[in-house]
Design a protein around this ligand. Structure first.
Ligand code: SF4
Length: 267
C-alpha cells in the first residue's frame, strides 16, 4: 500500500482502529459460509467486531461484551466453572489499513461484518470499505446489526445488505435498549434491510407480529431463526417454527454453520 493511501486513514492524531474479537493469536477474521438469513450458503469473509450495546442472555458471542467485573447476565453464568471474559484479552485493535490488507489476502469479495454490534464502529468501518474498494472486483458487503443504531450515510453508501436482528423479550434486554422506534423505522424504509428474529417459544411469533405492524414490514423481508447452539436444540424448535412460518408467510432460517461445525469461534 502506498504511503499516500496509508496517510488518508491516519488523519486523526492516532490512526483509525477497529476493535476486533480476538481468536487464537489474531483477529476473528475468516472465510466460511453464511449460515443464517437471506444469504445462507454464500462463501464470505467474516469480520467479527468486538463490543455490543445489548446483552442477550443467550448470546453465542458473549466474548464480545460479557466482561469480568460487569453485572451483565448470561445463561452461561449458571454453568459450573464458567467465567466472564477478560476485556483486554478478548479485543485486538488493528488499524484500518491493517484490516484492509488482511481482507484482500483472502481472495473472496463478499464480506460479512458481524459482532458484537458493528454499528458501534461506523467511522473506521466506512474508511475500511473505502480503502478496499476496487472497481475491477467489486465487493458485496453485508452488515449485521441489532437495530439499535441508525447507519451513517457515509457507511450506508457502501453496504449491499443489512441483516437486521431486533431483539425480542426472550433476550432479556430492557425494552428501552432493544426497541428503538427511530432505528426500526429507518431499516423498515431501507430496501437493503432484511429482518431476522431469534425465537425460543411459539409465543414469540405474536411479539414479532406486533413489532412489525407499525412499520408495515412485509413478510417476505422477515426470516425466523431458532435460538440454539447445537443441532439438537435447533431441531427441537424448527418443527414448530416451520408450521408458524408457513402460516404467517415468513422465511425460515436454520443455522448452517452450527450444523457443520458446532458452536465454535472462527466458523
Ligand atoms: S445483540 Fe447480538 S452480539 Fe449483542 S448481545 Fe445480542 S446476540 Fe450478542
Amino acid at each position: 500500500m502506498s504511503q499516500v493511501s496509508q496517510d488518508r486513514f491516519s488523519v486523526h492524531a492516532q490512526p483509525l482502529t477497529l476493535a476486533l474479537a480476538r481468536w487464537q493469536d489474531g483477529p476473528e477474521l475468516f472465510v466460511s459460509v453464511q449460515g443464517e438469513g437471506p444469504s445462507v450458503g454464500r462463501t464470505s469473509i467474516f469480520l467479527r467486531l468486538s463490543l455490543c450495546n445489548l446483552h442477550c442472555v443467550w448470546c453465542d458471542t458473549d466474548y464480545t461484551w460479557n466482561w469480568k467485573g460487569t453485572a451483565f447476565a448470561h445463561r452461561n453464568d449458571r454453568q459450573t466453572g464458567y467465567q466472564k471474559f477478560d476485556r483486554e484479552q478478548e479485543i485486538i485493535h488493528l488499524t484500518v489499513p491493517e484490516v484492509a490488507e488482511r481482507l484482500r489476502l483472502f481472495g473472496v469479495r463478499r464480506l460479512v461484518v458481524t459482532g458484537g454490534e458493528p454499528l458501534l464502529q461506523q467511522e473506521p468501518l466506512w474508511h475500511l470499505f473505502e480503502l478496499i474498494y476496487d472497481p475491477s472486483q467489486k465487493w458485496f458487503i453485508e452488515v449485521e446489526t441489532n437495530a439499535t443504531i441508525v447507519p451513517e450515510p457515509q457507511l450506508d453508501s457502501w453496504v449491499g445488505q443489512y441483516n437486521v436482528s431486533p431483539k425480542l423479550a426472550n433476550s432479556q434486554n430492557p425494552d428501552h435498549l432493544r426497541l428503538r422506534t427511530d432505528v426500526l423505522r429507518w431499516f423498515a424504509d431501507c430496501p437493503k434491510a432484511f429482518f431476522k428474529f431469534v425465537v425460543e417459544e411459539p409465543g414469540d411469533f405474536d411479539e414479532i407480529e406486533q413489532l412489525l405492524r407499525p412499520y408495515a414490514i412485509p413478510e417476505d423481508r422477515v426470516w425466523i431463526m431458532p435460538q440454539g447452539t447445537t443441532s439438537a436444540e435447533l431441531d427441537q424448535r424448527l418443527s414448530w417454527i416451520a408450521e408458524q412460518c408457513i402460516r404467517r408467510g415468513y422465511a425460515i432460517s436454520d443455522r448452517l454453520h452450527v450444523r457443520l461445525w458446532g458452536s465454535r469461534r472462527g466458523v
